[in-house]
Ligand binder design. Structure first.
Ligand SMILES: Cc1cc2nc3c(=O)[nH]c(=O)nc-3n(C[C@H](O)[C@H](O)[C@H](O)COP(=O)(O)OP(=O)(O)OC[C@H]3O[C@@H](n4cnc5c(N)ncnc54)[C@H](O)[C@@H]3O)c2cc1C
Length: 404
């Protein structure tokens, strides 16, 4: 079938390309969550091909959440994202978390609710991948295609991969972020945007653990311990578990906090459900014994606050003041664990460059950007797959609405 489409082999420098003469209606670059959803929702009368460097589709969807992917959340709003709220809500309203839950339900995927807010697959994320495969089986799936460059001439796009050149009237860039490069991730989407003069924000690791400075090295000594905390970053407060790690701090609260932290201080409340002054009041015990945290953590915290572990009844006003810092332990992280450990990337195509109702470039007609390549990043908790689905559907509807 493909061979029929190859009319000539052209040479560019020392490299020979198979030049595919067929002009597709739509070429989708990237067979991850957003690319597949977009293809699934396109009008089936269109000739569509999906290109990906991987030998298999949706590799991040497959491995995320321990193979059961956290697909969405009970509470989804534009405020769970770093990005332009109005822009984000246009896609979330177009395909909401209820629309996503309904799509999965009618296709027989059973979900389970964890911690009363995170929706995970009950069996396996393969179930979602299989639905997407079924819904895109009308399209040509062109795997093992490493996309190198996209250009446009006379209203036709040319997509150059390592070996072939494909043509299309419409191109949808769904190449994701560049974290977890072992899963095929790259920053080709940014390169494509820049080549067309579209403004981008460079990628930075997000949903990632934070490293600490010397004064907080005590945290590394607690590697493996976790506790429920509130973390304040700017005007956001993240309420979840913190995990001490040998490189610094991690766990859901820290991963979400990393989305909003670039430099400067964060503040941790280690006892959000208690009041330290109430706990020590009238007690004859040692301070570390009344703090409802693992003993090792209580002792380390006292040391960090320069408080001696004495009997509560001996506590002075000065010590009380220091102890109150347990509710507001402020410090500046040193950095983060880097792209190889980041679940997503902050940054991408600047949203001012896109039509929020279609995700088409405002300057380059028929060029669309969806999913993580757009400068929209969700907190931990299913928000990034929700964005991949919402933006993918929004784009498909934009294309279906007669622009081809
Ligand atoms: C370990 C891990 C766990 C995660 N867990 C969750 C979770 O539980 N819930 C959640 O909401 N989010 C989670 N995420 C984030 C989520 O996976 C992404 O936000 C989402 O997959 C983005 O979808 P996308 O379609 O934009 O990009 P992707 O799913 O990354 O798809 C992009 C596709 O483009 C292809 N591609 C890239 N460059 C090229 C190239 N040069 N040539 C050809 N193809 C290329 C890639 O191979 C890939 O298939 C997790 C991420 C990771 C890494």
């Amino acid at each position: 079938m493909l061979l029929l489409n190859i009319f000539c082999i052209i040479s560019k420098g020392s490299v020979k390309y198979n030049f595919i003469m067929k002009i597709y209606d739509v070429l989708i670059l990237g067979a991850g969550a957003s690319g597949l959803v977009c293809a699934a929702k396109l009008d089936k009368k269109l000739s569509v091909a999906i290109l990906d460097v991987n030998p298999k589709v949706a590799q991040k969807l497959k491995i995320s959440g321990g193979g059961k992917c956290n697909i969405t959340n009970v509470h989804v709003s534009e405020y769970n994202y770093d990005g332009d709220s109005e822009f984000i809500s246009a896609s979330l309203n177009n395909f909401s978390k209820d629309d996503l839950l309904n799509y999965l339900h009618v296709n027989g995927v059973e979900l389970e609710l964890r911690k009363n807010r995170y929706y995970f697959c009950k069996t396996s994320s393969d179930e979602i991948i299989n639905i997407l495969k079924k819904d895109t089986d009308y399209a040509e799936l062109l795997l093992n295609r490493d996309i190198l460059h996209v250009s446009k001439k006379d209203a036709v796009f040319e997509v150059k991969t390592l070996k072939d050149i494909y043509k299309a009237k419409i191109v949808v860039v769904a190449t994701g972020g560049k974290s977890y490069s072992a899963l095929g991730a790259s920053d080709i989407g940014l390169k494509i945007a820049k080549d067309f003069g579209i403004k981008v924000k460079e990628f930075a690791p997000a949903l990632v653990g934070l490293t600490v400075q010397k004064e907080q090295f005590w945290m590394k000594e607690l590697s493996g311990l976790s506790c429920y905390v509130h973390i304040k970053v700017g005007n956001k407060t993240l309420k979840e578990e913190l995990l001490f790690a040998h490189k610094g701090i991690s766990g859901p609260a820290v991963l979400s906090a990393s989305l909003y932290w670039q430099r400067g201080n964060i503040a941790i409340d280690f006892l959000p459900n208690d009041n330290i002054l109430e706990l020590i009041k009238d007690s004859k015990k040692l301070i570390s014994s009344v703090i409802p945290l693992p003993k090792r953590l209580s002792k380390a915290l006292l040391e960090a606050l320069h408080v001696e572990d004495i009997e509560c009844k001996k506590i002075t006003a000065d010590i009380k003041q220091k102890l109150e810092k347990i509710h507001n332990y402020e410090f500046a992280p040193a950095g983060n664990f880097g792209f190889s450990k980041a679940e997503v990337c902050r940054g991408g195509v600047i949203t001012d460059e896109l039509n929020s109702y279609t995700l088409e470039s405002l300057d380059v007609k028929d060029l669309y950007f969806i999913g993580e390549i757009v400068d929209v990043t969700g907190e931990l908790g299913g928000y990034n797959f929700q964005w991949a689905f919402s933006s993918g559907v929004t784009c498909a509807r934009g294309i279906n609405s007669g622009q081809y």
